[in-house]
Design a protein around this ligand. Structure first.
Ligand code: KG4
Ligand code: ZN
Length: 332
């Protein structure tokens, strides 16, 4: 059974062919990072136009690399992200999936992007099975779910304001660093002193599984303003290391709290921020948490994770009709 996975919820056009539940036969990805970089964030209208431009050439490349001659006979399922995400971007994927499903006579399933991130970990780790906790940390999300079973998810808590990745991107902008800020700050942080500045760990005294990153961003902003006003040199590496220390402490603290509240130690982490070296090291060192993190290329948005989540839905007996529509604020 081959599943074609389609991901276009934000700024990555990702397509993949998955055999069964885990074996990635072929995958292609077109990232728009460089196109959005001058604006310091994703420009929705530009993102949807780029998906439109890239979709068919990528599909042809995917089918060629997997040596698919007749998709109508060789592909058994089309899985596509239906939300959450940017409306224009989602529309390109969903409408393309509908057209292909109709033309090839193949069933389709709509996939929640967050379920896709959960399956990035399921695909990568054969020993990861429910119940487990899943933290999705990206530019758009910072959430912890209880995965009771596949298809049975409970949101334990999320961010009150900015997502962790969004905070990285905003702090990078304040520091005059390039977009996306996460990888740049992460690299600089490794050369800096995490104790040089004392930034607040958001909601550290709250007994709720919830995050907040806008106050931390403001704290960095005021520190920089003060240093500049005093005519002092900006120790970028130390600022990055101290900022990263606070973000990692916040994420780790809330994961620990979720583990304590549920009694479940298995925690799957995914989304762009799960590539962070500080977070990875802290999770590895923690004796209480059994952490699962996918390989870096599976941390960010991709078609394979959508194919895996879609295949699981299909195996659970769920199929969608061609009247399915994208939902930018879809919940899990
Ligand atoms: O999952 P993703 O590719 O896209 C979505 O947001 O859906 O995540 C991108 C986010 C960006 O905000 C980026 O700055 C952040 O993940 N990111 C990182 C790292 N690599 C990417 N944040 C911290 N450390 C990193 N190494
Ligand atoms: Zn994502």
């Amino acid at each position: 059974m081959l599943t074609l996975g389609i991901e276009t919820s934000c700024d990555d056009t990702g397509l993949a062919l998955l055999e069964g539940s885990r074996n990635v036969l072929a995958e292609v990805l077109s990232s728009q990072t460089e196109i959005h970089a001058p604006y310091g964030g994703v420009v929705p209208e530009v993102a949807s136009r780029m998906h439109e431009e890239k979709f068919l050439p990528l599909l042809i490349k995917l089918l060629e690399s997997a040596q698919i001659k007749d998709p109508s006979k060789e592909i058994g399922l089309i899985a596509v992200t239906v939300g959450p995400g940017l409306m224009g971007s989602l529309l390109v994927g969903v409408m393309s999936a509908k057209g292909l499903a109709q033309a090839w006579g193949v069933p389709m399933v709509g996939v929640n992007h967050l379920e896709g991130h959960i399956f990035a970990n399921v695909m990568a780790h054969e020993n990861l099975c429910p119940p487990f906790l899943s933290m999705v940390v990206s530019g758009g999300h910072t959430e912890i779910y209880l995965v009771r079973d596949y298809g049975d998810y409970e949101l334990l808590g999320k961010t009150r304001d900015d997502a962790a990745g969004e905070c990285y991107d905003k702090v990078a902008k304040i520091l005059g660093l390039s977009y996306p800020g996460g990888p740049v700050i992460d690299k600089l942080a490794q050369k800096g002193d995490p104790l040089a500045f004392k930034f607040p760990v958001p909601l550290s005294s709250s007994n709720e599984v919830e995050f907040s990153f806008s106050g931390l961003k403001t704290a960095v902003l005021w520190t920089i303003k003060k240093l500049k006003a005093e005519g002092k040199f900006l120790p970028i590496e130390d600022l990055c290391a101290s900022f990263q220390k606070a973000v990692v402490a916040s994420l780790l603290g809330k994961v620990r709290l979720a583990v304590k509240k549920t009694g479940i130690k298995k925690v799957a982490i995914s989304g762009g921020v799960s590539a962070n070296s500080g977070l990875r090291a802290a999770l590895k060192e923690d004796g209480e948490i059994e952490a699962f993190i996918p390989p870096i290329r599976m941390c960010t948005d991709n078609g394979a994770m959508i194919a895996a989540a879609g295949f699981s839905k299909y195996m659970r007996g769920e199929v969608d009709k061609l009247d399915i529509n994208p939902n930018p604020s879809l919940r899990l």
